[in-house]
Design a protein around this ligand. Structure first.
Ligand SMILES: Cc1cc2nc3c(=O)[nH]c(=O)nc-3n(C[C@H](O)[C@H](O)[C@H](O)COP(=O)(O)OP(=O)(O)OC[C@H]3O[C@@H](n4cnc5c(N)ncnc54)[C@H](O)[C@@H]3O)c2cc1C
Length: 442
């Protein structure tokens, strides 16, 4: 019997069936649609810790989609392997008429997609790609000169003008009603999902992830509370935004009705994605501003280890690092403080910190993480001038005045076994200013 022609929708950073741009267009094509997810061996092999929260999160998202698809008499096709090789197998097994997917802006993803597109082209299979994970992407928001913005404030102004300037109200945040077309899903029995153990990972059944929803009342207080790590003032949606288990359009609509400040954070997210797309060197270990690559870092390995373990003797820094190590999450204010401390007080290359966050953060995202680290180092777009150096003691007084957060993470704060500060902030500040000045003046 000839095989039935199908379209395939390839999920990557969009682990959901609802309000999904690429899936919507696939379902509107003339073919039945089989959704696909590939556990990418190239990425998984790089993860040292085989109890990885992100892999657990992805597996749960895969299982969730599988359940939903089963209710439609369909299934997710799940593969484990190197994507190009997986695609070669898939086109042998199925009569693939078309492939649909959503954009991914990281350098590795661009290369991967280029290779898959070339391969499919040779087979005469069209590869359709769509914007889904951001509101505005690539070159959609440009300066009057037609160049990408590198400063956030004017970018965000243009972003908002475009959002509100559409002819059709809320055009850019309109949902893609995929549910209407679920009858177009390819009918098949449930296809098997490779286990995490087969991929060399452990399941983490006790791991709890933040909710997919944030209440309007919380967003209404976001501007007031978001800077205080002891207050549950932020949305905790980062892991869902990272893996696309929620829709950015839906969240932006909610933000538009509740909190301008929160919407501003979603604009930062778009901003860094377009920076990574337009200036891919930032994702390849280079400073956005090349002159910052002349800095002579001290790179003391012992001090780096103390920073990683939350043993610097600066309570606000240590509390943040311990939160990260224990939970895979760190509050934004603390990401700023710990990053600044590593780079400015310890004069350790921001790339070391970037790599450590990459290992540990459950919401790790190359664009946002790199943007955050280069901001802290002063080497990035729109970074604070290098001579503005966070004082960890003042930061703690301001943002954790009752030591609530600090005491939660450092129970031994007032005991003898809590370490003395590994550097004197005042002296470290002077060293830092000297090293930066030498590099930038040379
Ligand atoms: C050094 C450093 C590293 C960072 N690394 C990451 C990372 O790997 N992944 C990541 O998602 N965010 C990163 N951030 C940004 C920010 O700290 C997190 O997005 C935020 O703490 C996540 O918690 P939340 O969901 O409660 O955020 P909320 O305050 O509720 O914000 C809502 C959403 O907006 C986005 N967002 C908020 N702040 C930023 C920002 N500065 N840049 C880009 N997007 C933002 C996130 O998607 C976040 O989930 C980093 C910041 C710094 C200073």
């Amino acid at each position: 019997m000839p095989k039935k022609k199908i379209a395939i929708f390839w999920h990557r950073r969009d682990m959901r069936l609802h309000d999904n741009a690429g899936l919507y267009y696939a379902l509107k094509s003339e073919y039945p649609v089989l959704p696909l997810f590939i556990f990418d061996k190239t990425i998984l092999d790089e993860l040292e810790d085989k109890r990885d929260r992100r892999v657990e999160f992805i597996m749960r998202a895969v299982e969730d989609m599988q359940e939903k698809l089963a209710k439609e008499d369909s299934s997710l096709l799940v593969r484990y392997g190197v994507p190009l090789k997986a695609w070669k197998e898939i086109v042998n097994e199925y009569d693939v008429a078309e492939v649909y997917t959503n954009h991914d802006y990281e350098p590795y993803a661009k290369k991967r997609d280029g290779e898959v597109a070339d391969f499919l082209k040779k087979k005469d299979i069209p590869f359709h790609t769509f914007k889904d994970q951001v509101i505005f992407e690539k070159e959609e928001i440009l300066t009057g000169k037609g160049t990408p913005y590198t400063v956030f404030t004017p970018y965000s102004k243009s972003w908002l003008e475009k959002l509100h300037g559409s002819k059709e109200k809320n055009f850019y945040v309109k949902p893609y009603p995929t549910e209407k077309y679920f009858d177009k899903l390819h009918k098949t029995k449930k296809l098997p999902i490779p286990s995490l153990e087969e991929m060399g990972f452990e399941r983490m059944p006790d791991e709890e992830f933040p909710s997919k929803k944030v209440r309007d009342e919380k967003l209404a207080k976001y501007a007031e509370l978001r800077d205080y790590p002891a207050a549950p003032g932020t949305s905790r949606l980062s892991i869902h935004l990272r893996f696309g288990t929620i829709s950015i359009r839906e969240l932006a609509r909610q933000a538009m009705g509740t909190s301008k400040t929160f919407l501003g954070e979603l604009i930062w997210r778009d901003f860094y994605q377009q920076i990574l797309w337009n200036f891919p060197h930032v994702g390849e270990g280079k400073a956005f501003r090349p002159e910052y690559d002349r800095i002579k870092w001290r790179n003391n390995e012992e001090e780096f280890e103390k920073w990683c373990q939350g043993q610097t003797g600066y309570p606000i820094v240590d509390a943040g690092m311990r939160q990260l190590n224990e939970t895979g999450y760190m509050h934004n204010r603390l990401r700023m403080i710990t990053a600044s401390f590593l780079v400015k007080d310890l004069l350790i290359d921001w790339r070391w910190g970037e790599a450590y966050f990459d290992k540990k953060l459950q919401d790790y995202d190359m664009a946002a993480n790199n943007g955050g680290w280069q901001w802290a180092a002063g080497s990035g777009t729109d970074a604070a001038p290098y001579f503005r150096i966070f004082n960890p003691t003042t930061q703690a007084k301001k943002f954790d005045p009752q030591l609530k957060f600090i005491k939660e993470w450092i129970p031994e704060l007032n005991e003898l076994d809590y370490p003395d500060p590994i550097v004197d902030h005042k002296e470290a500040r002077e060293h830092c200013l000297k090293a930066y000045k030498e590099a930038l003046d040379s």
